[in-house]
Design a protein around this ligand. Structure first.
Ligand SMILES: [Fe+2]
Ligand SMILES: [Fe+2]
Length: 216
């Protein structure tokens, strides 16, 4: 018992020592890294004033653009399944229209990449992956041909719209902060689209789908 306790105590001490060493190492790293960056930059290679001011923020913005581009492309794959699963013709055609809109939005996001001097690229969006999975469960948990399925599909689609609204709204504000008016304008045009889609889904739910679902 005593030996065990002693052992544990020793390992704790070693752990603390290791942590302290790592901490010391980490603290030293940024210094040398920043020194290396400073030294490697020749006068002719200096970044533009804009890039220098918001280099890290621009990088972060580009990363988030990659995330939403992945999300839109994932939605492009999910929409035909949603349309096929829908009971009402109106809901099915709203998903079909949204597919065309999503294709246009992808082109706009790619244009934003170009305006930022970057090649369009994607980065997996965990949130959209989750939302698409949720849509798939709604389809498998509801009866084919039912109004409840449509109410569920509208719920899933509106969650997607709200995710997109939050993303484009924030990215447009980021573009304002970086003084990129063309980028901000493009992102706000997509934001308007997303808000319109959300309103159409609300109207469809309130005009017919929810009542029909409540009577099933
Ligand atoms: Fe979209
Ligand atoms: Fe959307």
């Amino acid at each position: 018992m005593n030996t065990k306790a002693k052992k544990e105590d020793t390992s704790k001490k070693e752990d603390t020592k290791a942590k302290a060493e790592t901490k010391g190492k980490d603290a030293a790293e940024p210094k040398s890294a920043s020194k290396a960056t400073k030294e490697s930059k020749k006068p002719g290679e200096a970044n533009s004033k804009k890039e220098e001011q918001g280099g890290e923020f621009r990088e972060f913005f580009i990363d988030e653009l990659k995330d939403i581009l992945w999300a839109e492309k994932a939605l492009l794959k999910a929409l035909p399944k949603m349309s096929k699963a829908a009971t009402g013709k109106e809901l099915a055609s709203s998903f079909d229209n949204h597919l065309t809109e999503t294709e246009k939005q992808i082109a706009v996001v790619e244009q934003v990449f170009e305006l930022m001097g970057e090649k369009p690229a994607t980065k997996k969006c965990d949130a959209m992956e989750g939302l698409v999975k949720e849509t798939e469960s709604i389809i498998s948990d509801t009866e084919k041909g039912s109004a409840i399925r449509d109410a569920g599909l509208i719920l899933a689609a509106q969650k997607v719209e709200h995710y997109e609204i939050a993303t484009y709204g924030t990215l447009a504000a980021f573009a304002d902060a970086m003084e990129e008016p063309k980028v901000a304008k493009l992102l706000r045009s997509v934001l308007r689209d997303e808000k319109d889609s959300d309103k159409k889904l609300t109207a469809l739910a309130l005009e017919s789908v929810n009542e029909a679902a409540s009577e099933e």
